[in-house]
Design a protein around this ligand. Structure first.
Ligand SMILES: NC(=O)c1ccc[n+]([C@@H]2O[C@H](COP(=O)([O-])OP(=O)(O)OC[C@H]3O[C@@H](n4cnc5c(N)ncnc54)[C@H](OP(=O)(O)O)[C@@H]3O)[C@@H](O)[C@H]2O)c1
Length: 281
């Protein structure tokens, strides 16, 4: 099986690449100047020269607040890019894997975790661009697998764990929201489950998170405890951090469908965070 990975410098791509390198799996992950997912000519050339069996799209525009004023870039990367990739993959008979987001939901569900058949209603430009991207991916390739993720953490500098550790080293109070809920999700879990789903030929849309859910405040408390950081964290509401993009208050997703399909007992978010911190302390 030959894999092509886009967005090679992102945190999720790095986990896939590490896994492929350690297992000796045939793969390529060209730089953005060769694999700009918004450039249909380059993408077609890449597919015809490399002939992958599976294309894994880890490229994305994830600047949730900046997207409010840079709608064009957000839609180009998050919606047009997946359409181009899915179509080019289809033309060479390749399977297409794309990642969506819990921010396609508005957070108003009151009867449990979000399931795959719940109706999206994004609150932000970022959420709308991700929604269009997942629809484009599914429409343009009949072997598309779309996995919606949330609160992703892995090797990189942009995730909440790394930022929280940095913030804790500063003087002054540390404030974290206690009314914003989702599921911290490890890139290692995403790689495990995605590769098994690909082996099983899964197509369509699934929710892929670690198990359970929490507020950002609970997540922060676990990080400082596990890191032995002596810092008081003040729980605050989202209203006390006015940000350009609206975020869903509760967007935790139900991972049971993908767990059943792959036969993987998906670890809890707490175990996934502990395991990540053990590797990074
Ligand atoms: N991070 C989260 O909390 C989160 C939550 C839910 C869903 N997701 C989804 O999970 C997936 C993986 O996210 P991640 O956290 O690994 O993202 P990430 O770390 O932000 O990586 C995305 C990568 O895509 C690259 N990129 C941007 N535009 C590109 C283009 N036109 N062509 C090729 N590459 C391009 C970026 O490069 P530059 O840095 O140079 O721009 C970056 O290296 C994405 O689909 C994301 O939307 C993430």
């Amino acid at each position: 099986m030959r894999y092509l990975v886009t967005g090679k410098n992102g945190q999720l791509a790095r986990s896939f690449l590490r896994r492929f390198e350690s297992s000796g799996t045939d793969h390529a992950a060209p730089d953005e100047n060769v694999a700009d997912i918004t450039d249909p000519v380059k993408i077609r050339e890449l597919m015809t020269s490399y002939r992958p069996d599976v294309v894994i799209n880890c490229a994305a525009y994830n600047l949730v607040d900046r997207a409010e004023e840079d709608r064009d870039t957000a839609f180009k990367v998050n919606a047009v890019g997946p359409a181009i990739l899915a179509e080019a993959a289809q033309a060479c008979g390749a399977y297409f894997v794309h990642f969506g987001s819990d921010y396609v939901f508005d957070g108003s569900k009151e009867t449990g975790l979000y399931r795959e058949d719940d109706t999206p209603n994004p609150l932000s430009v970022y959420g709308s661009s991700k929604r269009q991207g997942e629809e484009n991916a599914l429409r343009n390739n009949d072997k598309s697998l779309v996995l919606r993720l949330s609160w992703v953490f892995g090797e990189g500098k942009q995730n909440f764990i790394v930022k929280l550790i940095e913030w804790s080293a500063r003087s002054g109070p540390l404030k974290v929201t206690c009314d914003e809920f989702s599921v911290p999700t490890s890139t290692e879990t995403v790689v495990d489950v995605t590769l098994r789903a690909v082996q099983r030929g899964a197509t369509g849309m699934f929710h892929l998170t670690n198990s359970g859910y929490c507020s950002r405040y609970e997540w922060a408390k676990l990080i400082v405890k596990e890191m032995g950081i002596d810092k008081f964290i003040r729980p605050v509401t989202m209203a006390s951090f006015p940000l350009p993009a609206k975020r869903p208050a509760f967007s935790a997703m139900d991972n049971r469908a993908i767990g059943a399909l792959t036969g993987i007992s998906i670890p809890s978010w707490e175990d996934a965070v502990r395991s990540f911190l053990r590797g990074h302390s």
